[in-house]
Design a binder for this molecule. Structure first.
Ligand code: ATP
Length: 200
């Protein structure tokens, strides 16, 4: 089945664009959901994480303390690499299963780290949501009530705008309002329907 990866940096508008595709009846698989599933209590990956980082990385109810884990790996490239080599293949597997279950005519994979994590292997086409970095920071700060410095730090751990655009087959310009985004999604949707029909 024809699949499109939808990606963009923090606060770029992935959820907003995914909502537009959903409204058109297109199934959307959320990579953040898959990333949560693979570390649920009872999953082998959670046991490995607890062995590696110690029991303090778990909450009292046995679930992963995601904030504590983020803090542990954020400024430590070696620990981050260890975690990514454990989780990225499992997340890809979970996404692949969900995409295979998605009813056609095509499916969207919404992922902030589509390219960085190798999830681009699972899609036929990459759609990048693009906007000036100043606007991206302003929207992310307004949504999360956090500082521009924090958002800039997250952006530094993601692909740069130029690197992401270099991988794009399609670009959604999200500098204008939500109506403009929706109009662009509708145009792309028609293109994807054609491409899906031509895909064996
Ligand atoms: P993250 O990866 O950080 O979860 P995201 O890429 O999914 O972010 P959204 O949550 O869709 O981004 O958008 C970020 C914020 O910007 C939200 O508050 C959203 O309502 C707002 N927003 C998105 N697109 C537009 C737009 N075209 N005009 C105005 N506000 C927008």
């Amino acid at each position: 089945m024809f699949r499109v990866g939808l990606t963009g940096g923090i606060g770029s508008g992935k959820s907003a664009a995914a909502g537009c595709f959903r409204a058109l009846g297109i199934p959307v698989v959320d990579a953040d959901w898959a990333a949560r599933v693979v570390v649920q209590p009872g999953q082998p990956a959670l046991e490995e994480i607890a062995r590696h980082f110690g029991g303090a990385i778990l909450l009292e109810n046995g679930a992963l303390d995601r904030a504590a884990l983020r803090t542990r790996v954020f400024d430590d490239p070696a620990e981050r690499a260890w975690l990514e080599q454990l989780l990225h293949p499992l997340i890809r597997e979970e996404i692949s299963t969900a995409l295979n279950r998605s009813p056609g005519p095509y499916a969207i994979l919404e992922s902030p780290l589509l390219i960085e994590s190798g999830q681009d292997q699972l899609v036929d086409r990459i759609c990048v949501i693009d906007l000036p970095e100043s606007l991206q920071i302003a929207r992310a700060c307004a949504r999360d009530s956090c500082s521009g410095a924090h958002v800039s730090k997250v952006m530094a751990a993601q692909l740069s705008r130029e690197q992401r655009l270099a991988q794009a087959d399609d670009v959604l310009d999200n500098a204008a309002g939500l109506a403009a985004l929706q109009a662009q999604v509708e145009t792309l949707h028609n293109r994807y329907l054609q491409l899906a029909a031509a895909t064996p």
